[in-house]
Ligand binder design. Sequence first.
Ligand code: OXT
Ligand code: ADP
Ligand code: MG
Length: 567
Amino acid sequence: MTQTSATPDTDGAHLVVEALKRNGVSTIYGLVGIPITDLARLAQAEGIRFLGFRHESAAGHAAAAAGFLTGRPGVCMTVSGPGFLNGLVALANATTNCFPMIQIAGSSDRAIVDLGRGDYEELDQLAVAKTLAKAAYRVNRAADVGLAVARAIRTATSGRPGGVYLDIPAAVLSEVIDGDVGAASLRTVVDPAPRQYPSDAAVDRAVALLSGAERPLVVLGKGAAYSRSEGSIRRFVEATGVPFLPMSMAKGLLPDDHPQSVAAARSLAMRQADVVMLVGARLNWLLAHGDAPRWNPEAQFIQVEIDPTELDSNQTIAAPLVGDIASVMEAVNRHPGTARIAVPPSWRDRLAEKAAANKAALSARLAVDTDPMGFYPALRAIRDVLADHPDVHLVNEGANTLDHTRNVIDMPLPRHRLDSGTWGVMGVGLGYAVAATVETGGPVVAIEGDSAFGFSGMEMETICRYGLPVTVVIFNNGGIYRGDEADPASPDPAPTRLLQSTRYHVLAESFGATGYLATNPAELGSALSAAIASRTPTLINCVIDPTDGTESGHLTDLNPVLNGARR
Ligand code: OXT
Ligand code: ADP
Ligand code: MG
């Protein structure tokens, strides 16, 4: 192309980097190859940090976690075809969890793909992504890169956050255009997630409902954590005295040891509450869809939610509060009727009594040492160490490993717990861990079932390559759920079995991490203390009694039991 201006020509790849930088993207999580290798090099040369992973799922999960932790879309970059598909699990998971994320993938020659002529890594990526992401866009001209990046950022962040796919054909990355035209095409998104205020009538209705409640309950979900409105939520909860129940990733939004937390009286609170205010939490499977008998069939629901189509998806919402949580909670706090909301002492006392009984029962279980070590004594050791490190971000996946850890380890700070989330998905662990430290600079402890670890375990090398302060604790019970299942009818191991003899700590040492083997709480506690203090990559292979686990953890009821399947 002939030069028509004083500014040198540019190309699609340079414009992608410029567009991202202009919109504050400072990190890309990805995995290079045709056609994005130079794009990644360029990004790094231009000051965007490029973190290279071993598998696109992990890179994508890292981008999703970055989105949750920062409120700005995390960016994942993948190659075409299979690399794109590997990343898509994370993009779909981000969408399901309402985390803002953008997956940028290079793609093959449209003219060849669209006629099915068999291009390198041929796949109609846009069509596939459309079914799984919040939105999917393709850039067909270099001059549209600025618009496309802006649109992706706006879509990922505004309203209900989610995953956006951006398809950039190789030909667009290398398309040369006039420098002035390119520069003029770039955009900066203004106010990517504008505030959305609730109507006065909606606030009146909700406050009136709460004022008449005899057994009110607030349920805090990860939407509340994402919205960073812990200040206004705390003011509301403390001014009214309403008990609150944190969902898993909302733990720490208000500290778990807050006197109004009823996490330890979950079933009772759900079964008896008469007015339930959902704040950034959906009435999905994790809340038994709001159905009896887990819930009081007479309960009336208030829902603070940014997406109006979520309302009534399970139960009738008697008082919708549509808006962003920060704006809604500020409006509720300002309402004169809020000062009149009162919680009958009998309701508080009943919940407190149940919580105390459950806590006493849990303490008793935690106190018993077993040989081999069970989940509870192991978690006691971890709990005692983490109590001195409130700044640690805790990543957690598995089944029993997930459920026990969630209930034993209190979170003191908001957005410090990242876990399997709405899909109950395995494989988020090491990607989430990388993002948690990259985005915050703080130390991370990832508590992983041995099966869960396997999904992203190779990212231990990534953690070592970048020298990240991540400690991975593997609860190695030799299996999916437990490690003692035998199948007398087959010479092969049972489908749930894994090799408990695996020396995960030695595997980690081969990447340059410090490895520990822990077989009792004392070894585990001292290894974890040393690991956190060292701020270097560490893996603790924590050997757990193979008989100490239940099928699917706390989800035993969801398993169809088939005749003849279990011996
Ligand atoms: O109120 P009551 O009396 O009822 O008591 C409750 C609380 O009040 C009380 N509690 C407390 N008491 C005292 N103190 C404190 N602090 C306290 N806190 C709470 O405790 C009880 C119980 O509380 P809980 O747990 O909150 O309540 P409940 O009613 O049980 O909770 C319901 C749920 C649904 C909200 C909760 O259980 C929850 O959040 N669950 C999430 C579960 C989940 O997502 N699980 C992961 C999926 S399982 C399965 O799918 C797995 N796979 C298949 C697979 C997946 N997922 N993904 C992919 C990509 N491929 C395959 C696999 C492969 S798990 C898995 C690997 C498993 O093996 P691992 O080796 O990794 O792990 P191990 O199992 O450890 O071996
Ligand atoms: P949990 O699993 O913790 O119960 P969910 O993921 O089910 O939480 O629910 C989170 C909800 O929060 C989603 O419905 C989402 O639309 C909503 N949400 C996310 N961000 C905001 C926000 N800023 N304001 C209002 N609602 C939000
Ligand atoms: Mg296991």
